[in-house]
Design a binder for this molecule. Structure first.
Ligand SMILES: C[S@@+](CC[C@H](N)C(=O)[O-])C[C@H]1O[C@@H](n2cnc3c(N)ncnc32)[C@H](O)[C@@H]1O
Length: 327
């Protein structure tokens, strides 16, 4: 039997002794068997937590994907193997925290979505698309946007929204009649549409045209903040979070579009935990409220859309507030 098959077999059987011998003799823990499964996936699928631990320690990648796009964590989660799941979750969080540190050091260039901001966008009734047929925003998210608006407007006062898109969250925010409603939008085509449709004439609305990164000095402090941009990375949102202590008033509520890794259930769990931990380090507690979205998402919705950015049945609405306010 090939060495790769032997490692997979030992992992499948939870034979930690054999696994260690193979690892010590130089076996490749990042291999895949003929079905495209890694040793870590085999160990996770069968709930062999000790084997999962040994493989992770030997450098097996926690985020490798099977041909059906499942990771070891997905296998553990689906089979209800809590110990293996916890080990993989911890490995995912630790590794993303480290990668984040590296990305932070290297992110001094022009901006993540310069190309998107320079290209045309097209509007239809049910979506806003970029030139690559990727959806910037889709109407199926309307109930989610309404829930976000309800959360960030719960204390009334001054509200900030970053990213207008189809104006769904802003329309919902207007229903709460906030004292002031500031909208930051960076795309010229989206901005033009906002102006053409009268958003600039609303009494309590202030539109700031530009990337949030470039207009921070025009912002004040707010009772509710929602963040939902497009074409940016997790790292950009992390950078936005660094400004929360100045932007969010004491007692205020912050929320963001939680589409983090929305096409893989386990990666989504990793990122929900990661963002909660990072917000906690800034002094904010995060509540993740489950909202079922399966019924909003028929096959037809994605016709003509290149990337299905959301494939999960439950959306976790993040509601964040300063730790002292939540106690
Ligand atoms: C997903 S859409 C927002 C959808 C919106 N929440 C709604 O309810 O319709 C993202 C929007 O953010 C804008 N955007 C992207 N990057 C931005 C940035 N750095 N600063 C401000 N707006 C940005 C995009 O042009 C787009 O209009």
């Amino acid at each position: 039997m090939e060495n790769d098959e032997l490692v997979c077999e030992a992992a499948r059987n939870g034979d930690v002794g054999k696994l260690k011998t193979l690892i010590d003799s130089g076996a490749d823990v990042s291999c895949f068997d003929k079905d495209g499964l890694s040793p870590l996936m085999h160990a996770a699928k069968h709930g062999h937590a000790e084997a999962v631990k040994s493989l992770l320690e030997a450098g097996a990648p926690w985020n490798a994907l099977s041909p059906s796009n499942l990771s070891a964590g997905d296998f553990a989660m689906d089979a209800g193997h809590q110990d293996a799941f916890d080990l993989l979750l911890n490995a995912g969080i630790q590794s993303e925290l480290v990668l984040g540190t590296i990305a932070r050091k290297g992110s001094e260039n022009g901006g993540s979505n310069v190309d998107y901001l320079e290209d045309r966008v097209s509007f239809s009734e049910d979506k806003l698309m970029d030139t690559e047929d990727k959806a910037v925003m889709m109407a199926w998210e309307k109930p989610l946007m309404e829930a976000h608006a309800k959360a960030v407007c719960s204390g009334g006062g001054h509200i900030l929204n970053i990213g207008f898109g189809m104006g769904l969250v802003d329309t919902a925010i207007q229903q709460y009649n906030p004292t002031s409603h500031t909208i930051v939008e960076a795309h010229p085509g989206v901005y033009k549409r906002m102006i053409d449709s009268g958003w600039g004439d609303k009494e309590n609305v202030k539109i700031i045209y530009g990337r949030w990164q470039d207009v921070l000095d025009q912002l004040g402090s707010y009772d509710g903040i929602f963040f939902d941009t497009y074409g940016e990375y997790y790292e950009d949102m992390r950078e936005f979070h660094q400004h929360l202590p100045t932007l969010l008033k004491p007692g205020g509520i912050y929320s963001f579009f939680n589409g983090l890794c929305g096409s893989n259930p386990f990666f989504h769990v990793v990122y929900c935990q990661l963002v909660s931990l990072e917000l906690e380090s800034l002094g904010y507690s995060t509540q993740l409220i489950p909202l079922p979205v399966k019924d909003c998402l028929g096959e037809k919705i994605w016709e003509g859309v290149k990337h299905r950015y959301w494939q999960l049945d439950t959306y976790y609405l993040a509601v964040c507030q300063a730790v002292e306010d939540s106690e």
